[in-house]
Design a protein around this ligand. Structure first.
Ligand SMILES: *[C@@H]1O[C@H](CO)[C@@H](O)[C@H](O)[C@H]1NC(C)=O
Ligand SMILES: *[C@@H]1O[C@H](CO)[C@@H](O)[C@H](O)[C@H]1NC(C)=O
Ligand SMILES: *[C@@H]1O[C@H](CO)[C@@H](O)[C@H](O)[C@H]1NC(C)=O
Ligand SMILES: *[C@@H]1O[C@H](CO)[C@@H](O)[C@H](O)[C@H]1NC(C)=O
Ligand SMILES: *[C@@H]1O[C@H](CO)[C@@H](O)[C@H](O)[C@H]1NC(C)=O
Length: 214
């Protein structure tokens, strides 16, 4: 008699387990197709780092991909220093699950799509040491969780977007060695969590606003 309820419970919990697995599966597979989309724009991978990235394997085991322990969600993508060459996946916004995106020290080139600003969970964006060009998206301020923004050593041009100064959580900003022009605006004083501000070797001019003391 006592055995029946526990047996029923077992079936019931197995059922729950299966359906939650299915839910995770769905999310992982959409995340997977977004990552494979990114891969499809990489034209050169001389050390075969991305050979593990295939439709038949689990993305949490892919080189450069880290999933959170708690939910098994794709959390960060670190492709730094892999000597990859290519352009950036135009539907970059599909990677909206990412908290960290590090593409530093590769040979990525071309413009960054405006969809970048859809990565609304991002805390770290590292595009440093590549050949990116064009403007920093004017709506960069939409990345409201951003703490670290590194675009050092690229060919980004144009003015510093005003919305940048809305990123109240910013701690480090490294824009050294680009083609950024114009002047540093008084709004810089609003970034009161900033520890590191690097703007060396650009085309900036004018005076440094007093608000920098904030
Ligand atoms: C899967 O994605 C849906 C909608 O995108 C979300 O509501 C749900 O919480 C996600 N589930 C898991 C396990 O991440
Ligand atoms: C990626 O997965 C997360 C949760 O695991 C889900 O909320 C999100 O909608 C998925 N995103 C894409 C583009 O598949
Ligand atoms: C990216 O998202 C768009 C629409 O949001 C969708 O049409 C497209 O299939 C997605 N691409 C991938 C590779 O998931
Ligand atoms: C970005 O990448 C460069 C080069 O790999 C590294 O030196 C730097 O510490 C990284 N910056 C951040 C903020 O993660
Ligand atoms: C900064 O944020 C405020 C409040 O969210 C918004 O109204 C404003 O348009 C933003 N400024 C820029 C330049 O994006």
């Amino acid at each position: 008699m006592g055995k029946l309820p526990s047996f029923v419970f077992l079936i019931f919990s197995f059922h729950c387990f299966k359906s939650s697995l299915a839910l995770i599966d769905t999310n992982i597979s959409t995340n997977k197709s977004a990552l494979l989309g990114l891969k499809s724009f990489i034209t050169s991978d001389p050390y075969d780092y991305l050979s593990t990235w295939s439709i038949s394997s689990f993305p949490c085991n892919w080189v450069g991909v880290t999933c959170s322990n708690r939910h098994g969600r794709v959390h960060s993508l670190n492709l730094g220093g892999m000597d990859l060459k290519g352009t950036i996946y135009p539907q970059l916004g599909n990677l909206s699950f990412l908290v960290e995106l590090d593409l530093s020290s590769n040979n990525f080139y071309g413009k960054i799509s405006r969809e970048l600003v859809q990565l609304h969970r991002l805390k770290l964006l590292n595009l440093s040491h590549n050949d990116f060009q064009g403007q920093v998206p004017t709506r960069i301020g939409d990345l409201s969780m951003l703490e670290h923004l590194n675009i050092r050593n690229n060919n980004f041009e144009g003015f510093i977007p005003l919305s940048l100064f809305n990123l109240s959580r910013l701690k480090t900003l490294d824009w050294n060695s680009n083609l950024i022009e114009g002047s540093i605006l008084v709004e810089v004083g609003r970034l009161d969590h900033l520890n590191v501000l690097q703007l060396l070797r650009n085309k900036l001019l004018g005076i440094i606003p007093q608000t920098i003391s904030n």
